[in-house]
Design a protein around this ligand. Structure first.
Ligand SMILES: [Zn+2]
Length: 445
């Protein structure tokens, strides 16, 4: 039978089927209909599938696509706009005013395409976003071929996207109805934070999410300041307040999670949300450190996200992994915490679990989607090579990622984007930069 579109064999020097299992040497991944049809020694693949086109990745590791579990990709053009500030000053004085002026369907679509180019080049195949103008991000995902979870932002104050909570709900649900059956795009809820969302809205979100089985993203315990403000306003810490509303459950994806006390840990152990750790954003804004090891010891799923490029300033999951493990070791004063394989797990299978997608992505297994990436380890930067996973987490750079596939479709081939035009994307970035610079200089003192 002739091979259909995207059916192929990928021969790899090392095949890392799952972050915490030993790499298989000289193995092949067989892709059929966008799914993984077999994983077997390369020699056997050639004899069993003689009709399929084959790609040789003779000095590469082939591994599951990286999952960036927290992004705001519509903010791409704010990279480097305001650095070296604390969270609330950064938001109030710089990011929110810039968003008010610039964010539109066209802006978010362009910024999303630009971010997807950066993500694909860095080996990310799935991202979990929260922003505004959701259809613009979805349109970009249709073009790029990436797998996208797109959050329906809910907050109480007006933006270019909606004027009040009712309008955020209406616009969110319109998006949900439009994309709920899409094969690669999944709508989620994304209430912004405890300090921007009312009790009534949290209750309503939980009701709708339970009814339609929707995941809920929330920035939670980003800083000690957030906890202090909540104690002043509600006489409760944020986690206690949300728990009393019945909001915290395994449906929740709780993002950041610093400044946790014993009662917080007890509530989390009982309610079992997934946690997203964003170490580079937390370090850059001096927000705090997420206690990854303690959360793991409670049996909770911890995944990894970059947050936006305005607070990171990149969408590089290799560097995020390195930051996660180094920060975990330093903050616990224990070098054995978050070893390389467990760190890669944060960026792969744990991301899939947090999104409720671990039957489909997060590891390379027969029947799962062929979402995978190849990284060339035969480089000055990663030789000598004793342990491929160690090199990936501690030494490799994103420029060593050569090939990326989502559902068997190749999005990066020998380092070149196949679905996006790099020259055009750079032109659009310069176009928006000019507009933002002129306006910023005339209005932001
Ligand atoms: Zn965020």
């Amino acid at each position: 039978m002739p091979a259909i579109d995207h059916d192929q064999i990928l021969h790899a020097r090392w095949l890392i089927a799952e972050a915490t299992t030993a790499p298989l040497e000289n193995h092949a991944l067989v892709v059929k209909n966008g799914l993984i049809a077999a994983i077997l020694p390369s020699a056997d693949a050639n004899t069993q599938y003689p009709d399929l086109p084959a790609t040789s990745l003779s000095s590469h590791a082939l591994l599951p696509g990286l999952i960036n579990t927290h992004t705001h990709i519509g903010m791409s053009y704010f990279r480097g706009l305001a650095d070296d500030l604390a969270l609330m000053e950064w938001l109030n004085q710089h990011i929110w005013p810039a968003e008010k002026k610039w964010v539109s369907h066209e802006f978010v679509r362009d910024a999303s395409l630009f971010a997807m180019a950066e993500m694909i080049r860095a080996g990310t195949t799935t991202f979990n976003d929260m922003y505004f103008f959701l259809q613009a991000t979805a349109e970009a995902a249709e073009i790029s071929g990436m797998r996208a979870h797109i959050g329906m932002t809910i907050m109480e104050f007006p933006t270019a996207w909606a004027q009040n909570a009712d309008e955020y709900f209406a616009r969110g649900m319109e998006f949900f109805e439009q994309y709920k059956h899409h094969p690669r795009i999944t709508p989620t809820f994304a209430p912004h934070a405890p300090y921007t969302v009312s009790d009534d809205s949290f209750i309503k979100i939980k009701e709708i999410a339970d009814k339609h089985d929707i995941k809920i993203n929330l920035h939670l315990h980003e800083t000690q300041d957030e906890v202090d403000q909540s104690l002043k306003q509600f006489n409760k810490r944020p986690i206690r307040r949300l728990h009393d509303l019945g909001f915290i459950s395994d449906r929740l994806i709780a993002i950041h999670m610093t400044a946790l006390d014993a009662e917080d840990f007890a509530i989390l152990a009982e309610t079992r949300p997934a946690i997203v750790h964003c170490p580079e954003s937390n370090m850059k804004l001096a927000s705090g450190a997420c206690p990854v090891e303690q959360l793991h010891s409670l049996g909770l799923t911890v995944a990894l996200g970059t947050d936006s490029v305005a607070s990171n300033n990149n969408l590089d999951m290799l560097s995020e992994m390195r930051a996660a493990t180094l920060l975990a070791k330093l903050s616990s004063r224990n070098p054995q915490v978050l070893p390389a394989a467990a760190t890669l797990q944060l960026a792969t299978l744990n991301g899939a679990k947090a999104l409720g997608m671990d039957k489909i992505i997060g590891s390379l297994a027969v029947g799962k989607a062929a979402d995978c990436i190849a990284i060339n380890l035969d480089a000055i930067e990663t030789l000598p090579l004793y342990h491929p996973v160690s090199q990936l987490v501690y030494a490799a750079g994103r420029d060593q990622i050569t090939d990326v596939w989502v559902a068997g479709k190749q999005l990066l081939k020998h380092g070149k984007l196949t679905t996006l035009d790099e020259i055009e994307l750079k032109e659009r970035a310069r176009y928006w930069q000019q507009k933002i610079m002129v306006k910023s200089h005339s209005t932001v003192a």
